[in-house]
Design a protein around this ligand. Structure first.
Ligand SMILES: Nc1nc2c(ncn2[C@@H]2O[C@H](COP(=O)(O)OP(=O)(O)OP(=O)(O)O)[C@@H](O)[C@H]2O)c(=O)[nH]1
Ligand SMILES: [Mg+2]
Length: 196
């Protein structure tokens, strides 16, 4: 995958605000602060295309990006952010469920989990949910720059177990800081788009 063009299209909460249908989409999901927006920026080679913040909860709506006029990358708002009200959690749930279950152009979802920690109950729930809808493409284990190579291998085994992944389900270690894992991920994205 060679990124020649990457641009923000729009930010949406409800289907009428989504960009027009008919273009394949790959979405990035995961806990708030896990590194979704940073990874998207790394993939597209733009420092600040998707907004990144040191405080969790930066991405609150569904953000659509046009890539090469060929497909879209979709940055989803994160879950598990403690400082949100019950009402906000509910509206997040509705927004996510509507997009993930009804969007026909959605080819696959890349689920990000933190390579340092055991997946949370919400990570497990999200992975099961994606599998149920046939959307679970690949898991990316983020922020691997923060741990040693040994720990990465050990933690990946834990993540696989906790998410009940099959041996042929793929998990890609990535670091937006060290810029590693991107080629593995983009070649998987190429296959997702080719097979869709
Ligand atoms: N060390 C390190 N820090 C990272 C990495 N990826 C992201 N971060 C940092 O983690 C924080 C959160 O990153 P974001 O990309 O905004 O995370 P997000 O998943 O989009 O978060 P929400 O929008 O709140 O859902 C920022 O301070 C990033 O700089 C990484 O690979 N390594
Ligand atoms: Mg974000």
């Amino acid at each position: 995958m060679i990124i020649k063009k990457a641009e923000f299209i729009t930010s949406a909460a409800r289907p009428p605000q989504y960009p027009p249908a008919g273009v394949k989409e790959i979405a990035f999901a995961g806990r708030s602060n896990v590194g979704k927006s940073s990874l998207i920026n790394l993939i597209v080679g733009r420092k600040a295309l998707a907004k990144v913040s040191s405080s969790p909860g930066k991405t609150r709506t569904i953000n659509f990006f046009n890539i090469n006029d060929e497909f879209r990358i979709v940055d989803l708002p994160g879950y598990g952010f403690a400082k949100v009200s019950k009402a906000e959690q509910e509206s997040w749930g509705k927004m996510m469920e509507t997009y993930l279950s009804k969007r026909e152009d959605l080819v696959s979802v890349i689920l990000l989990v933190d390579s340092r920690h055991e997946p949370t109950a919400q990570d497990v729930q999200m992975y099961e949910w994606l599998q149920y809808y046939g959307l679970s493409g690949v898991v990316a284990a983020t922020k691997t720059d923060k741990i040693s190579r040994n720990e990465i291998n050990k933690n990946i085994a834990v993540i696989r177990k906790k998410l009940s992944m099959d041996p042929d389900d793929v998990i890609v270690p990535v670091s937006a800081l060290k810029r590693t894992g991107v080629e593995d991920l983009t070649s998987i994205m190429d296959s997702m788009l080719a097979e869709a």
